[in-house]
Design a protein around this ligand. Structure first.
Ligand code: UT7
Length: 334
């Protein structure tokens, strides 16, 4: 006879208890970007909505920015590092194949040997992390989870590439997720479209770069326009599904916090969703650039700091990127 194995169950519901962020100190203007590509301030503003972006200085490492954002989120949540059972770090720019950066972050924060691992879901990484964190808590695998989205994309951006140099940026955002009496994180709608794998990717594999012998790191390449069209139209459907699964009507939504990929994509999704005028829309990209996994928490944080969002509001988060992959969910603002 098979020996029965006990299983765990956790909290009935979860919510985001606190959010935090880290914005690198160096502000990079469109004029500076245009020193290396044939472009203009006007083109960049009109086509992407980016006025300036943040790039990390040497000391603003993936680990340092993550710890800064996480401390902020823990403070906001009123949760001590020792209470964190799992640290999930979403990133594509921790430039060591192994180990993951999450254990270093968990240790520096002072967690008590929390489970810690990285996930690679590009710009959708943070929303994947929130979904995983919520499910881990409901399954009883952890009581409190720290989900971090962090990037130093300036390290892997070719500054002479007209298609990407102006768009990508650096930063970190974090959320503490924990048990809740009421549902505070709706079901995730997520997925992947591997047939579109090549639209955004590292330009070559490491061995190819080594064989080429030119001592140049691989960088990101993006076929921007197909991604733009896919995100503008297909992602609105995913966002609507997330609302439906959460049982939240458009009229009951307070804020729309999409991945800060391009201001025009945000506008197109808002139009396709027919968002009512009173729904606040995150527009952090203007001064922060596209920070991939960090963009959703940083965008939410700005709205929170500026008073556009308040605790208890209902927000729709959606993110999409290389893979292509996507994830969306409705959350209660901490
Ligand atoms: O975060 C992960 C997911 N990423 C995204 O969601 C990004 C999605 N893509 C985009 O945001 C946009 O595609 C870009 C902002 C990257 C580009 O905007 P676009 O409207 O799709 O431009 P395009 O690539 O269709 O190019 C339009 C024109 C072309 O010139 P012609 O053929 O019309 O004469 C390009 O050569 O703009 C030209 N162009 C530029 N001009 C000045 C392309 N890049 C530049 C540039 N400066 N940097």
């Amino acid at each position: 006879m098979t020996t029965p194995i006990q299983t765990s169950t956790g909290a009935a519901h979860t919510r985001i208890l606190g959010i935090g962020g880290y914005r690198p100190s160096r502000v990079v203007s469109n004029a500076e970007i245009c020193e290396q590509i044939d472009s203009s301030d006007e083109w960049i503003r009109t086509r992407s909505g980016i006025v300036e972006r943040r790039w990390a200085e040497d000391h603003e490492t993936v680990q340092a920015m993550s710890v800064g954002a996480a401390r902020d989120a823990l403070k906001h949540a009123g949760v001590a590092p020792e209470q964190i059972g799992c640290v999930i770090v979403a990133t594509v720019s921790h430039l060591l194949q192994t180990p993951a950066v999450a254990p270093l972050i968990a240790t520096e924060l002072g967690t008590t040997k929390a489970a810690a691992f990285d996930i690679s879901a590009a710009c959708a990484g943070f929303c994947h992390g929130v979904a995983l964190g919520s499910d881990l808590i409901r399954a009883g695998s952890a009581k409190y989870v720290l989900a971090i989205g962090v990037e130093r994309l300036s390290d892997i951006t070719d500054r002479t590439d007209r298609g990407t140099a102006f768009i990508f940026a650096d930063g970190a955002g974090a959320a503490v997720i924990g048990p809740s009496d009421e549902p505070g994180i709706g079901p995730v709608v997520w997925g992947s479209e591997g047939e579109q794998f090549d639209l955004i990717r590292q330009n070559e594999k490491w061995p190819q770069a080594i064989d080429a012998g030119d001592k140049v790191m691989p960088t990101l390449r993006m076929d921007g326009n197909p991604v733009f069209r896919w995100a503008s139209f297909e992602m609105a459907k995913i966002a609507r599904e997330a609302l439906d699964l959460a049982g939240v009507a458009l009229e009951d939504l307070d804020a729309f916090v999409p991945h800060q990929a391009n201001m025009r994509i945000t506008d197109a999704m808002a139009r396709a969703l027919r968002l009512p005028d009173n729904v606040k829309i995150a527009r952090d990209i203007a001064t922060q650039g596209n920070t991939s996994a960090a963009s959703v928490p940083l965008a939410m944080l700005r709205m929170y700091d500026e008073g556009t969002l308040k605790s208890g509001d209902t927000a729709l988060m959606i993110a999409f990127g290389a893979g292509l992959v996507y994830a969306a969910q409705v959350v209660t603002v901490p």
